[in-house]
Design a protein around this ligand. Structure first.
Ligand code: NFS
Length: 673
């Protein structure tokens, strides 16, 4: 009998031009393939997502399953009789899965916030010399929101309270927000009154941050909450605890410790790495250690050491949200977004990649093994099993020593580079560093100090509306393409874009974060405003926890007048064109339940439970003023947002103004022509 030969198929390789929209990524994917190193782009070719899982209807919450409830071909006619072993319906399963994503996302943001709060407490107690309170005005403002007194009465006089005392009390009150026994999250009162009242009426005011996350885990355990509406109610309470709690505290405490961002110029893309420099890439989300790494890498001592070792200098660069944090406050250039992390090592010129938490791919260790790159994990909760990974655990009491050790290791590693060095020669200029305060500066009235000018330009129609376009990249779609097409369509139609996270990095790489971009890509109204005030049409507001800045900017718009009384009244919409992480679901849900119409690209893990999907994409609007939507096509995606913005303009009675402006513009152009 003839022997049967087992044919092992070679894994498929991604087509670099199909896998990525940007040139630098395309070149590096090809380079990886040339070197025989697999990247996420190749892996995506060889492993398809589970057809049932992506519909959100696989339940693995007990060991009788996993129970899978695929939609019958052709949909459901009549009663939906699908059920798991325990009887859980598709709605229950999809809602439970959705709730758990919210819990994980909120936990990630909020635990990051807690770590910052712990460092803040150490700094306030003066237990560490490596961190100080940097931004006193912000400390005073935050103290107000946390109910901490900033003045004292003495002998009938009102005196300023000692800032050290304020900092200490702010730290203690903030820490308490995660686990206090009574009351509600204090920042909720920062929302417009109408929104706060809406949450209160619907019973979704979060009590403390941790409790809402824990309660989701309890309610989604086998045999507990079996009503999708009730599960979404708790998801809402948890997501609000993230956006208006853990994330907002992370942003505020980071601003006080490290400084509130103001606009600055920098660069983006893998081409920021330099062949003749020691390249250190910081990656992850928590800026506490990388803040110190920046200081150390810029010190004369390390510069001299690098030169002694044959390098011309030290080039720091960032990936993911640590990149955004370092960019916003120090102008450190951005090497890339989520999907470019492996590619940064494949340049062969990355002497150390320092990672903290979240969005760090485990395959980095396998890639690093093929080069001289030191891959250094730094956080006690985020280690890697591979042997080539070095763990240097961050401790705020010895942060400077840790940072010196890391930078020195990178410098020492410079001479170990192999022959395969290829840095793609692409980089762009970016203006970043926007925030609630700087938007006020650029687009506020000089006398009023509010968002008056922004509102005025929306009311007069030059700016059609505002969009928050945020979130990840996803290897299931062509890297960056949907982000860029959505944003270009929005700004072409006079929608001002606020961006965070990997979308902001993508926007920078594709040249949208410069004032000059306005003339090239914007409609006439938005271009005119950008030119007058000298801002890009896409404003970089920071990392994903800084989506809290978008919430507060929108709240400022309400306060400035003419935009209604609640966030759902503003001509605004949200978008995450290439989302992939659970954090994105938590963000999406707090946007929606803060009144924002929010469109996701790709798919939503809700499609296998049509009744549940309808609930979040239709009925929620009647409760909170915002709702979910999903649209993979970038142009349709943008137009769903624009149509919503136009609907809101009409409700505010300002739709006619825009017609007039555009007519003016057209007649003016006709005259000029
Ligand atoms: Ni946001 Fe930042 Fe990027 Fe997505 Fe990950 S880095 S927290 S989750 S992938 S945007």
């Amino acid at each position: 009998m003839a022997e049967t030969k087992k044919v092992v198929k070679a894994p498929k390789l991604a087509d670099p031009t199909q896998a990525a929209y940007g040139k630098s990524a395309q070149e590096m994917i090809a380079q990886a393939q040339k070197l025989g190193i697999d990247t996420i782009f190749d892996r995506a070719m060889n492993m398809k997502p589970c057809a049932i899982g992506i519909q959100g209807i696989c339940c693995k919450n007990c060991s009788m399953g996993p129970c899978r409830l695929p939609l019958p071909k052709g949909g459901i006619e009549g009663e939906d009789t699908r059920k798991g072993l325990c009887g859980a319906t598709a709605n229950t399963i999809a809602a439970r899965n959705f709730a758990r994503m919210v819990a994980a996302g909120a936990a990630a943001h909020s635990d990051h916030g807690r770590s910052v709060a712990e460092v803040f407490l150490s700094a306030a107690r003066k237990e560490t010399a490596d961190y100080q309170i940097k931004d006193i005005p912000k400390l005073i403002a935050v103290a107000g929101h946390l109910g901490v007194a900033t003045t004292i009465e003495k002998d009938g006089e009102t005196l300023d309270r000692d800032t050290d005392e304020i900092a200490l009390e702010v730290a203690e009150v903030a820490m308490n927000e995660w686990g206090k026994a009574e009351g509600e999250v204090l920042y909720l009162k920062r929302a417009p009154k109408a929104l706060y009242e809406k949450w209160k009426k619907n019973g979704v005011l979060p009590r403390n941050i941790d409790r809402e996350i824990v309660e989701i885990m309890h309610r989604t355990h086998m045999g507990v909450d079996q009503d999708y509406k009730n599960l979404i109610k708790q998801s809402t309470r948890c997501a609000i605890a993230d956006g208006w709690g853990g994330s907002m505290l992370a942003t505020d405490l980071q601003d006080i410790l490290f400084g509130t961002p103001y606009p600055l110029q920098s660069e983006a893309d893998l081409g920021i790495m330099k062949e003749d420099h020691v390249n250190i890439i910081v990656h992850g989300h928590e800026p506490v250690l990388s803040e110190v790494i920046v200081a150390v890498a810029q010190s004369q001592e390390m510069l001299d050491y690098a030169k002694k070792k044959g390098a011309k200098g030290i080039q720091l660069g960032g990936i993911c949200c640590t990149a955004n944090e370092m960019l916003q406050r120090h102008g450190i250039p951005t090497a890339g977004n989520f999907l470019q992390q492996e590619l940064a090592i494949i340049t062969g010129a990355c002497d150390a990649m320092v990672v903290d938490i979240q969005c760090v791919m485990q395959n980095l260790a396998n890639v690093a093994k093929c080069f001289h790159t030191h891959l250094i994990t730094t956080h006690p909760i985020a280690k890697m099993e591979q042997e080539n990974v070095i763990h240097i655990e961050f401790d705020e009491h010895y942060a400077m020593d840790d940072a010196k050790r890391i930078v020195k290791m990178a410098i020492d590693n410079f001479e170990n580079r192999g022959s395969e060095v290829m840095i793609p020669q692409y980089k762009t200029t970016q203006i970043a560093g926007f925030g609630v305060e700087s938007i006020q500066y650029h687009l506020g009235g000089t006398f009023r100090g509010t968002y008056y000018t922004l509102n005025d330009n929306i009311i007069n129609g030059r700016i059609r509306g505002v969009a928050g376009v945020v979130g990840c990249n996803n290897a299931r779609s062509r890297l960056d393409e949907t982000h860029i097409k959505v944003i270009k369509e929005l700004i072409k139609n006079d929608v001002l874009v606020l961006t965070t996270g990997c979308d902001a990095i993508t926007s920078a790489i594709h040249g949208l974060l410069t004032p000059e971009a306005a003339q090239v890509y914007c409609g006439p109204g938005l271009a005119e405003v950008c030119e007058t005030v000298g801002i890009p049409p896409v404003l970089h507001l920071g990392s994903c926890v800084d989506n809290s800045r978008i919430l507060l900017a929108a709240t400022e718009m309400i306060a400035a007048g003419g935009m209604g009384t609640d966030l759902c009244d503003i001509p605004a919409a949200g978008s995450a064109p290439e989302w992939m992480s659970e954090k994105a679901i938590s963000i999406g849900h707090y946007f929606v339940t803060s009144g924002v119409y929010t469109v996701f690209g790709g798919y939503l893990p809700t499609s296998g439970a049509p009744v549940f999907h309808d609930y979040i994409s239709k009925e929620l609007e009647g409760i909170y003023g915002g709702k979910w939507d999903v649209e993979p096509d970038p142009i349709k995606h943008a137009w769903l947002m624009i149509d919503h913005i136009d609907k809101k303009r009409k409700e505010l009675g300002i739709d006619k103004a825009r017609d007039r402006v555009l007519m003016d513009m057209a007649s003016r152009q006709a005259l000029e022509g």
